[in-house]
Design a protein. Structure first.
Lengths: 412, 412
DNA sequence: AGAGCTTTTTTCGAGCAGCAAAATAATGCT
DNA sequence: AGCATTATTTTGCTGCTCGAAAAAAGCTCT
């Protein structure tokens, strides 16, 4: 609740931020449209826009063909982000691959590097060195963007340490322990931020569907891990990057199945791909989890379950029950209006739905508030990347460009 | 994320709010002290204070004796809330009693009415009628406050309906169903708000200890029910009064012990007084819960457990396990720095602690982040009342008085 | 008693917001 | 060419905060 003094500077910052937000959400648009969208007067939009143009953050664009039918009157001049005003480097680190994308201020992909990751990758090359190398390669390939690089953002899985400089634990081998984000930050002199993949999923799905932008959505990732992100009324929970939302490692059954994390009874141990497989093949719960499940093997298990094969459906039943009770327990604390299942496991939602709904139905909150709507969204890559990108660009908008007015004006 | 346009009016509102906040938190103080506390310039504090004085919201006070030793210089004039600037009526409705307090704008108790509540009370008298009657009685007894009454706030247990006008479910018989808060609001023409008791506990404990004001605290109530409220960095979770935090009815064991709510396996069914008693007396889990447990009976059970009696300790062990797993599951979503146990059950914390810690220890998050600090605070009445009062007075500060400036100045 | 010291509070002028309304600009239509 | 229409900019005004300087209010000391 640390509120601070408001003065004319903070007013400008707020309203500049409003305009940048509107531009971010609505794409290039006319000043008039921005005035309507933001609620600012035309005069203020003009004044702020003059600053933004002078700073080179936005540019006027050749008016698009008027698709709206109206043909009379002075044509509107569209204003949109100046692509080269800033660049961001986005890492997505996964269990089996890493991807580095260079994106410009308008959100357009400029370059991309993909790398295989194995369990030994970060043992052989320290994470900070690995990232530094990839980043150097990228900057070399696109030198003109290099100077305008403003942020590096990294998507990871695991539990962040308190200051977000590294991971305390991660399912990705060798990643936890060293504060590689802080280290990278010190080396390149740019802000480096670490984001939990689950959190980004929630951020990304917000941008997926305009209806979801201000809704409360719990996004559950099902795949080789189980994770959750949540947005409440358009706010992503957990300010900054604190707050653990380790849904996958929420306990389902005391002393239950062995999880990859080493604990027992986690939801993940039943609902991640390896958990379902273990159940389906009647491997004892306490057996060591498979290190990785080929996508194809998981897919064929889904097909066998869809065909009605008993052992396979049993696996998905236990998974559904774990997810259902997990969601029921989550609903005792939050009240999202939508529940979105994403990732490879989303394909199997219908197999799991009966058990999920049975479990949910056993909870008072669901009995009172009604069964929440559970939907599947198959592609999870897109929301993660989109979430990472939007979060990072918005961060530049609000924390860097929204407040730069007087400094630049004084200089000019 | 619905941000809005900022203009000079909103600047004033913000800064007036800042000053009212400082006054609320720090009691009567000098303008200079307020300038330091809020970060505003002396000039602005003076200007705002002139408005507040003209509106009669604050008053200058005879300077207290200088306890700080400094004796030189112009003596400071303390400014504090004008007691009669506003009054609030606060209902605390409990399973066995109801209390209505009249409090002035400075937070001083003016009058209070207490009433016994039985399971038939709200069957015989509809809740809105009941409240209306008590309120009428109070206004009659203190007529001079009646005209300046600004808010009615009600502390309840249960699940609120979406607009906060009533309850969808409540452990208090006859309270759920009718939107009595809306009804009351319509009758008296004043804002009436409904607050979950657990939420207020969190709010109240914030004011208990200055250290807790900006910390993240999960407050667990243990008594005839089990409830939780949480504040994250001084923010109470769940904006407004939405969001269900039904910790007591979070599932602990599928198909477990029968709960008062009618479902099975809720934490409450193991950890509320009736649950512990049921276990201790070896009554089957599926037996109907006792309607009410006399405080004395619960206390003697604690003493028997402290004396080492097996059946009694068993009851607290199961309770501790339920709470421990519940907390572990909660920690998968939140990351509070303190966990505070309040209510009658807080007395038994040490009996439950071993099982709580065992359960917590089985969770990945605790293994990574370390065992959270769990403390007991015996008196729960005080934080609830304080929370209800502070929340309601702050609401007047921010939503009514912070923005009244121009209107009044124009009139004057 | 009065000058001097110290601390608090108020006053004053500058600077920067945003807004409403008026003015200007750029088209299409007739 | 002139008019209608829509977009953008300019103008004049008000409100807010701030820093600096002035005023106020006691206390102390001679």
């Amino acid at each position: 609740m640390t509120r601070s003094v408001s003065d004319s500077d903070s007013v400008r910052r707020q309203n500049r931020g409003l305009i940048l937000d509107a531009l971010r959400a609505g794409g290039p648009q006319s000043r008039t449209a921005l005035a309507v969208r933001t609620g600012l007067s035309h005069a203020s939009v003009t004044a702020i826009m003059q600053d933004l143009l002078a700073q080179g953050l936005v540019e006027e664009m050749p008016a698009a063909e008027r698709g709206d039918g109206r043909t009379r009157g002075r044509p509107a001049i569209l204003v949109g982000f100046q692509r080269k005003a800033a660049y961001v480097a986005l890492f997505e680190i996964d269990v089996n691959k890493a991807r580095l994308s260079l994106v410009d201020y308008a959100g357009i992909l400029v370059d991309r590097i993909e790398t295989e990751v194995t369990p030994t990758t970060f043992r052989q090359t320290a994470p900070d060195v690995f990232l530094l190398e990839k980043l150097a390669l990228l900057r070399e390939r696109t030198p003109k963007a290099s100077g305008a690089l403003r942020r590096v953002a990294i998507s990871v899985q695991g539990i962040l340490d308190r200051d977000g400089g590294g991971l305390k634990w991660s399912p990705i081998q060798g990643l936890a322990g060293s504060p590689f984000a802080s280290s990278l930050e010190a080396h390149i002199g740019l802000p480096v931020s670490l984001h939990k993949r689950g959190r980004l999923l929630a951020e990304g799905t917000r941008w997926l569907d305009p209806d979801l932008l201000d809704a409360s959505v719990a996004t559950v990732f099902l795949g080789s891990t189980v994770a959750m992100g949540m947005s409440l009324h358009g706010q992503i929970t957990g300010r900054g990057d604190e707050g653990a939302t380790e849904f996958g490692h929420m306990n389902h059954v005391p002393n239950g199945a062995l999880c990859r994390c080493g604990m027992r009874g986690c939801i993940e141990a039943y609902a991640a791909d390896y958990g379902v497989l273990r159940t389906a093949y009647s491997v004892p719960e306490t057996a060591s989890p498979a290190p990785a499940v080929p996508a194809q093997q998981y897919e064929s298990l889904i097909q066998r379950a869809e065909a009605g094969e008993r052992t396979a459906t049993h696996g998905f039943n236990l998974a559904g029950r774990a997810i259902g009770y997990g969601l029921a327990r989550m609903l005792a604390m939050f009240d999202p209006s939508h529940i979105l299942i994403v990732g490879p496991g989303a394909r199997a939602l219908n197999l799991m739905r009966p058990e999920i709904e049975t479990a949910l139905g056993a909870s008072l909150i669901v009995k009172i508030n009604g069964m929440p709507r559970i939907m599947a969204h198959l592609d999870e890559k897109e929301p993660i990347f989109r979430g990472l990108m939007m979060k990072t660009l918005s961060d530049i908008d609000q924390n860097e460009f929204a407040g730069l007015a007087s400094a630049v004006r004084a200089a000019g």
